[in-house]
Design a protein. Structure first.
Length: 217
């Protein structure tokens, strides 16, 4: 199974599951002409979707509209079930920056047909992640993320603008799923998602904490 590197412990931890939030920034929901959800909208990726800093991502042949979505992610540090919101932070050990790469045309076709859209989000290489840094003393509302493509700004966002905060998300998910050590939770993308082409070089940052570089082929 794929792993996430925890910088503080200098340890590679197996990732059992990847949870992702859809439409967790209002402006992103608006740019996709989608409604803002009333509760966390959760989907999953297999851990085989992970690629690490410096690696390449191949565009699957089935798409003609390959999009980037830049996201802050959190790492679960210990197993938990039915976690209360006020206790949620104690179950999180680290954070980093990731990409939720998406086959937008495939996703839209499947959604319009009322079919599951796992293949548009969970394919190999769809979850590039940076190494993860400790959350000790971090004010989550101060977190900022950036993405450049070929050196040009594409996305910028602030965690404070998320609709559902990580504590609420952990509470929500853990009612239905046992959270395990190494699980990742992607917290959604701000506005500015756009198409990628072969040869594009992406540089994503969790400003002041972590960075990620990948190349599209």
């Amino acid at each position: 199974m794929k792993t996430v590197h925890l910088i503080k412990a200098n340890e590679d931890v197996t990732v059992p599951k990847i949870f992702c939030l859809g439409r967790n920034y209002a402006k992103h929901a608006a740019e996709l002409d989608s409604e803002v959800p009333e509760q966390p909208m959760i989907f999953m990726k297999p851990s085989s979707a992970i690629v690490h800093n410096g690696e390449k991502v191949a565009i699957p042949a089935i798409t003609k509209d390959f999009h980037h979505e830049t996201e802050i992610y959190f790492v679960i540090g210990e197993e938990g079930k039915n976690i209360k919101r006020e206790e949620a932070r104690s179950f999180i050990t680290a954070m980093g920056i990731g990409l939720d790469l998406t086959l937008r045309d495939v996703q839209n076709e499947l959604k319009d047909a009322g079919k599951p859209w796992l293949i548009s989000k969970g394919f190999d290489g769809s979850a590039p992640i940076s190494s993860a840094v400790p959350i000790d003393g971090v004010d989550f509302n101060s977190l900022e993320l950036n993405l450049t493509v070929n050196g040009k700004p594409r996305q910028h966002g602030s965690y404070k603008n998320t609709i559902f905060k990580i504590e609420e998300v952990v509470e929500f998910i853990s009612r239905l799923f046992t959270l395990e050590r190494g699980d990742l939770i992607f917290t959604g993308t701000p506005e500015g998602v756009a198409q990628l082409q072969p040869g594009d070089r992406l540089h994503a940052e969790l400003v002041g904490y972590a960075s990620l570089d990948v190349e599209i082929v």
